[in-house]
Design a protein around this ligand. Sequence first.
Ligand SMILES: [Zn+2]
Ligand SMILES: [Zn+2]
Length: 195
Amino acid sequence: MMKSLEEYIALAAESHGHMCPGQVLGIRMAMLGLKAIGIDDPGKYRKRLLTFVEIDRCATDAVSLVTGCRLGKRSLKFLDYGKVAATFVDLETQRAVRVVARDDSREKARTMFPELAEPHRQQLAAYKVMDDAELFTVQPVRVKLDGHDLPGRPRTRVACEQCGEGVNDGRERRVNGRILCRSCAGEKYYEPLSD
Ligand SMILES: [Zn+2]
Ligand SMILES: [Zn+2]
């Protein structure tokens, strides 16, 4: 069974370290998204549920909590788009919806709770009680999935011909006939201080 909003709020506060508007959004976003693809008990669907999150902020921790999808299990995919949005996919039925938080919900929160001084407190109070339709836009979508993206054992593993490091799941690049890791292929996000 899906837990209640209040139960998820208590669990989220504990695991995330505080309660905040972003987490209320994340919890409700996940509850709504799962319901929309016909999943009423995320615990039972763990093997077939995939979630894409588009931001690395508070809401994402809450989405992970409700869905049970985790980075380390490859069931949570992080796309760095800076949006409070997530897509929920049932791998068995291929049903998927993308849920986006509406920007006008902040203003709505302000008008609902003018007696609360700060926007943070207004949003925290309002996001618990606003209607789903006031908080989110839901769109049915199709997600193109590559076998290399799915949970389970790595499909492939190769060694980079330049640095020798192992690369799983087809993330290598082919450059002038050589198999290279993304870093050696020019996508390095760090500079070694010495080597
Ligand atoms: Zn937070
Ligand atoms: Zn390399």
